[in-house]
Ligand binder design. Structure first.
Ligand SMILES: [Zn+2]
Length: 200
């Protein structure tokens, strides 16, 4: 019995927890030889980004290549999301460039209604090199480190060419977003509305 307890203590949270925020298990736990009549103890393998399953094939390649503008993304957001974006305060907002020289806006945002306070990091990148402003780009990519973005938005936006698979496991949100609607989180909704207002 002591052998089983030792192994379990090193596994971290149970597998039923949302795994995006789970600490990676760095250590490979040795499978103990079972005593007669005892079941074999299976242990979790370390989770590495490189071992994430690849996204399934794009459902519409032409759509993904065409991408979405900032205005097209905003127009596709449901009313409830536009309303809940009013609770979001942008804490930092900075124009930047990616390593490849693409225009970007990065920063942090928080929800005034959420306790305890949680700050989320967002990123908006323009995919047209020639245009310095995000608001006039023909294609933009967005990301946010909140759970909603990971579990509802990321895969769907990827199918529209508007996100990379970074936080999620690259699988469709079959229950929460079965139609792969290019939905944003409320943080990004506020960020895009702010970019539009500022003509950045
Ligand atoms: Zn978010």
């Amino acid at each position: 019995m002591a052998i089983i307890d030792r192994s379990r203590r090193r596994l971290g949270p149970p597998p039923s927890m949302p795994n995006s925020k789970r600490e990676p298990v760095d250590e490979i736990v040795t499978v103990q030889k079972p005593l007669a009549g005892q079941p074999v103890i299976r242990t979790l393998a370390p989770q590495k980004t490189s071992l994430k399953p690849e996204p399934v094939a794009l459902p519409d390649k032409a759509r993904a290549e065409k991408g979405l503008t900032l205005m097209q993304l905003l127009k596709r957001q449901p009313r409830y999301l536009i309303n809940s974006a009013e609770d979001i305060v942008i804490r930092s907002y900075k124009k930047a460039k990616t390593k490849g020289g693409m225009p970007a806006i990065i920063g942090t945002a928080r929800d005034m209604n959420t306790r305890p306070m949680r700050i989320h990091q967002f990123k908006v990148i323009g995919l047209d090199k020639g245009k310095p402003d995000i608001s006039t780009q023909r294609r933009i990519k967005v990301s946010c480190d909140c759970e909603w973005f990971c579990f509802v938005s990321e895969y769907a936006l990827w199918t529209w060419g508007a996100a990379s698979i970074k936080f999620s496991n690259g699988q469709p949100a079959k229950v929460r977003n079965p139609g792969n609607h290019p939905i944003l989180c409320k943080h990004l909704t506020q960020v895009l509305m702010t970019i539009k207002k500022r003509n950045d």
